[in-house]
Ligand binder design. Sequence first.
Ligand code: ATP
Length: 368
Amino acid sequence: MSFLAKVYDVELRNIMKKFQNNVVVQDFNLQVEQGEFVSFLGPSGCGKTTTLNMIAGFLEPDGGDLLIKGQRMNGVPPYKRELGMVFQTYSLFPHMTVAENIAYGLKLRKVNKAEMKERVDRVLSLVKLPNVADRYPKQLSGGQRQRIAIARALVIEPSLLLLDEPLSNLDAKLREELRDELKRLHHEIGVTTIFVTHDQEEALSLSDRIVVLNHGFVEQIGTPLEIYNEPASEFVHTFIGKTNRLEGEVVEVNGDRLTVRTNEGLLIHAAKQTRKFAPNQKVIAFVRPEKIQLSATESNEAENNVKGELQIASFLGSYTECEVKVGGNTLSVKVQKLIDKATEQEAAKGIVCYWKAEDVLIMPTERG
Ligand code: ATP
């Protein structure tokens, strides 16, 4: 048995960063395993880029230790960290061809010409752009430029790949395409990756683990499923996707099942709760719009059946987003089926919303 401490590809120990007197990252602890894809997710200004820049060596932490492959990196300049980095803006050299751009890092490392060509060709086919070596960046589309930026980061065979919102300047379709491409690349080469994003879908679809940040603090670290199904806080739950938020009070507790009466008088049944609650406790009940179904009649599949009136139905292609007035509450509901005009008119007079007790998440009302 070994008593040596485990070596992680990246380790943050109580990392703190401040600008003047403003603390922007605090108590950041993280251990990234070899080959992991970890995302930093959070709203603008929460400290994602600052943390990534500390890992890259562009910024120095004001407290704590930063380790890469077990070596303490505080004070070590970026070029000695052997990292590949891709930024939000393409950051290619405009006066160099694609091949020259990609080869730049190899030239600095004095790799010979033959090997350089072979490695450039290899990464170009890896990012599925084998025929653009002689073009200049301005002759490429935004998506192609970003692929080249990724190729340039990968060609040095970095021990760690750092991606700072690399998809955010692309339009929706390209963004999705390149997201899938990143996933494929990561499967193929398995390089340990840290990815900064404020887009929850990107984080959910790409990551082995997600670090959710809020105002410089880590709210939760977990797999996409843990973050989605077992959020550590209201912030995490609401940031990760649309949700119905219903404030109320616990009226009955039975093991992990409970009933909540919302302030508007709606009774909500919840099951499989990991937190403990007591009668009369002030709580918030959350139900995701996609967990609620609509029907003309009550369902015996679900514990929650409430009558309401459909107010708005917006067809959005693969789904329809509805607003249903239920007593004093308005529920947002996302259904897969198309709602035609006749159904919409009927539903405006009366419709049943139903959802399972286990799809309800109860959280204590936060103090203060
Ligand atoms: P975004 O998604 O908008 O890039 P972010 O989560 O990456 O946001 P950071 O860029 O890390 O956020 O910024 C965190 C906080 O630090 C912000 O409040 C920002 O204004 C502040 N900040 C960042 N860089 C500096 C700097 N050089 N000097 C002073 N304050 C800074």
